[in-house]
Design a protein around this ligand. Structure first.
Ligand code: SAM
Ligand code: SF4
Length: 326
């Protein structure tokens, strides 16, 4: 069983896109009120007094869209300077990246994942809620690349009949750029009906398709996460596959998820067992008490990880992916 030492932190549940697979149109979102966000100080306190003493040393900031969080740069600076931090990364849709990347770099961030589901601006527009944003995201990627962010990863959720015909082209981006393309199996979370008739594309089929065209060999390095990493021969970057639907990687899951309003969730696919950290923190409960609660959750995690995914079944969710943070 791996050590649980990786924390994904959602800083905000709002977003400036409305990706169909994440935040379906017509859904009434019950956003967390700003006063209920964990503050910068509370986050720092939780990290230094609760998570780091329990061995957490790798962190990813996500959302919603984390670049909408007004004090993001300060939070990044706080986390980058913690001596315990071994790894700090951020996942973004890239819309505000061209403007904010320099300050994030200055604050100490080096690792970025940017979601880019299509190279076709029209498909991108249709998939992300109807606004013409592709060029803005592409510009953000170029700025991040120019600043030296590395590894720079591009996340692609593959949806049959929508963007699966672009898989070769997207994988091909890794050939002459040191970019890491991560194909993610679409999960019907919070949107079970949306693509119900289309299902999802399994990573093995994508790999086969890419192998036939470009060739594919096992990657030299494994990342922190659940991606199976490969490389097109001679490529500067890599191609990875995150197969949470076709494969069960619960037994190598090393992560917990903290929501913007301070709920700690042991498993992406299962809402069982999540605990509220914000309320006891604001009530002034001793931090040692919170540390014990988190330690208990870590210990319980293997038993409450959700292992039904192989059958393509996902649980019932009160929250969408944009609220959980992916
Ligand atoms: N807004 C940021 C972004 O889009 O990168 C960060 C939050 S987003 C929820 C984090 C990741 O979850 C993104 O890579 C996104 O593509 C992925 N995601 C969202 N909904 C998904 C779904 N239904 N199935 C699989 N991945 C999903
Ligand atoms: Fe899209 Fe990310 Fe926003 Fe979800 S949180 S709607 S994936 S940009």
């Amino acid at each position: 069983m791996p050590t649980t030492d990786y924390l994904r932190i959602s800083l905000i549940d709002r977003c400036n896109l409305q990706c169909q697979y994440c935040m379906p149109a017509g859904l009434t979102m019950d956003y967390v009120q700003r006063q209920d966000w964990l503050t910068r100080q509370e986050l720092r306190q939780l990290l230094t007094e609760v998570f780091i003493p329990l061995g957490f040393d790798r962190f990813r900031l996500t959302g919603g869209e984390p670049l909408l969080r007004p004090d993001l740069v300060e939070i990044v600076a706080d986390m980058a300077e913690l001596p315990a931090t071994q790894d700090l990364a951020l996942t973004t849709n890239g819309i505000l990246l061209a403007a904010k990347a320099p300050a994030l770099w200055q604050a100490g961030l080096r690792r970025l994942n940017i979601s880019l589901d299509s190279l076709n601006p029209q498909v991108f527009q249709q998939l992300t809620g109807g606004q013409d944003r592709w060029h803005q995201v592409w510009q953000g990627i170029q700025v991040a690349h120019g600043l030296g962010f590395a590894p720079l990863k591009l996340n692609v959720v593959v949806i049959p009949g929508v963007n699966d015909q672009e898989v070769l082209e997207l994988a091909g981006l890794s050939r002459d750029r040191p970019w890491h393309i991560r194909f993610i199996e679409f999960m019907p979370i919070g949107n079970a009906h949306l693509f119900a008739d289309r299902g999802w594309v399994d990573s093995a089929s994508l790999r086969q398709h890419i192998r036939q065209h470009w060739g594919l060999e096992p990657g030299q390095v494994r990342g922190n996460g659940p991606a199976d990493v490969f490389q097109i021969p001679g490529a500067l970057g890599t191609v990875g596959f995150i197969s949470q639907m076709s494969e069960c990687f619960c037994d190598r899951c090393n992560r917990l998820r903290l929501s913007a309003d301070g709920w700690l969730r042991p498993c992406l696919l299962n809402e069982t067992g999540q605990i509220d950290l914000k309320t006891p923190l604001r009530q002034g409960k001793p931090l040692v008490y919170l540390r014990q609660r988190v330690a208990d959750l870590v210990a319980a995690k293997p038993a409450i990880n959700y292992k039904m995914r192989q059958s393509g079944v996902t649980g019932a969710y009160g929250r969408t992916m944009s609220q959980i943070g992916g």
